[in-house]
Design a protein around this ligand. Structure first.
Ligand SMILES: Nc1ncnc2c1ncn2[C@@H]1O[C@H](COP(=O)(O)OP(=O)(O)OP(=O)(O)O)[C@@H](O)[C@H]1O
Length: 377
């Protein structure tokens, strides 16, 4: 899927808009507070059923309104829509006009990844974001693992309840057997996915961070001590589990660690370099998602100029030109985008008669196309 038209209604400060996006590259330029991130948030909301910057959905509807709508149409006229009514709490999901109840149905049709100026701090700051990142990729690449993941979450909940309520040993044993079996199956699929990701990564690092590309190692931590069977690890930890009241080992506790010369990456790289590393990883994942051919990924990059000097932006422009994705970029100033625009002009000669990108100005929530794009009220 690549978004041909995006429509929003009552979304943050955005005026009700319908904008036509370019299948590859789109730039949104505007001052602080103009609505650029809100626009990315709208696209992200459709892909994930939630915001990347708040867990409070009420904050998203424009002030003094009680519902909002985001919908998109792709180049094949596939239509996806999501609306939320704040008073009733009802979320309406529509695919080609038909009502659906599961957000995952929507997510099957659209793969949205985002990098914001805060992303790298969250990503390298703790396992939660890293887990989210890998799970998003697996959802789109290893489709069979989705049901397994759902079943795992159900079993994990049951096992945690057994621990918390000190249920009898036979009941805990029953859930532990299922829990171990599913954990091991998921860890296996996940490790294969992470190997694919690591295999893809050097190409992007060679463009974005050539000086460190060959010094990076990646460790996959499965969620329990590597050399132990999960059941044995849980047995050894049973007292601690009773004290904590939840499963302290299992597939849900996995992590991925990035090292440079055997040291944690975040202790070795500058902020700009960490951002480039996360972009390389995001591009590697986008490439994997695109390769399974179900959906073409959509990549959102908020405030592309933040932390990046002109050389880094030039490398980023080169990397983007190798992607088979729809990319939506925001910036505070048009000058920041020059390397990206130059790069397209050089690499896309064969389509010289067509628009190579769409550029929009964002002002007080209004979105105006600058060139080769159409705005419809
Ligand atoms: N629910 C809402 N209804 C109306 N306006 C809102 C709502 N929530 C936030 N805003 C306002 O929307 C404006 C746009 O915010 P947004 O984060 O999209 O700006 P931005 O262009 O990304 O800015 P920056 O460059 O500073 O990141 C802000 O002025 C904000 O106060």
């Amino acid at each position: 899927m690549s978004v041909a038209r995006l429509t929003t209604y009552n979304f943050r400060n955005l005026s009700s808009t319908a904008i036509d996006l370019h299948p590859n590259l789109n730039f949104f330029v505007g001052n602080n507070g103009s609505g650029k991130s809100s626009l990315l948030e709208a696209i992200f909301f459709l892909g994930h059923g939630k915001s990347f910057r708040t867990s409070k959905v009420d904050n998203i509807a424009s002030y003094d309104t009680d519902n909002f709508v985001v919908s998109i149409k792709d180049i094949n006229d596939l239509q996806l829509g999501l609306s939320k009514h704040l008073k009733t709490g009802v979320t309406l999901i529509k695919i080609n006009g038909e009502r659906h109840t599961r957000l995952s149905e929507l997510a099957k049709n659209i793969a949205v990844q985002i990098v914001t100026p805060e992303s790298f701090k969250l990503f390298f700051g703790g396992p939660k974001e890293r887990r989210r990142f890998v799970e998003l990729g697996m959802f789109h690449v290893k489709h069979d693992a989705t049901n397994q993941g759902r079943e795992f979450n159900r079993v994990l909940k049951q096992r945690n309840a057994c621990i918390r309520h000190h249920l009898d040993k036979a009941t805990l044993d029953y859930w532990t057997t299922l829990f171990c079996q599913l954990s091991e199956e998921i860890a296996e699929v996940r490790s294969r996915y992470i190997i694919d990701l690591i295999t893809e990564l050097p190409f992007w690092l060679s463009i974005l961070l050539p000086d460190i590309a060959d010094k990076v190692t990646v460790q996959y931590l499965q969620g329990w001590p590597q050399k132990k069977k999960l059941r044995d690890a849980l047995l050894d930890a049973s007292e601690r589990e009773q004290a904590f009241g939840y499963s302290i080992y299992g597939a849900h506790r996995f992590d991925v660690k990035f090292l440079i010369a055997k040291q944690a990456l975040e202790s070795q790289l500058s902020r700009g370099q960490q951002k480039l590393f996360l972009l390389a990883l995001t591009f590697a994942q986008a490439k994997l998602i695109a390769s399974v051919n179900r959906v073409k990924p959509i990549l959102l990059i908020d405030d592309i100029g933040a932390e990046l000097d002109i050389y880094s932006r030039q490398s980023l422009a080169t990397a983007i030109s190798h992607l088979d994705c729809q990319v939506v970029i925001t910036a505070i100033e048009e000058g920041v985008l020059q390397p990206f625009i130059n790069d397209i002009t050089v690499t896309n000669n064969e389509t010289s008669d067509k628009a190579k990108y769409h550029m929009f100005h964002v002002k007080h929530g209004g979105i105006l196309p600058v060139n080769n794009s159409v705005m419809i009220d």
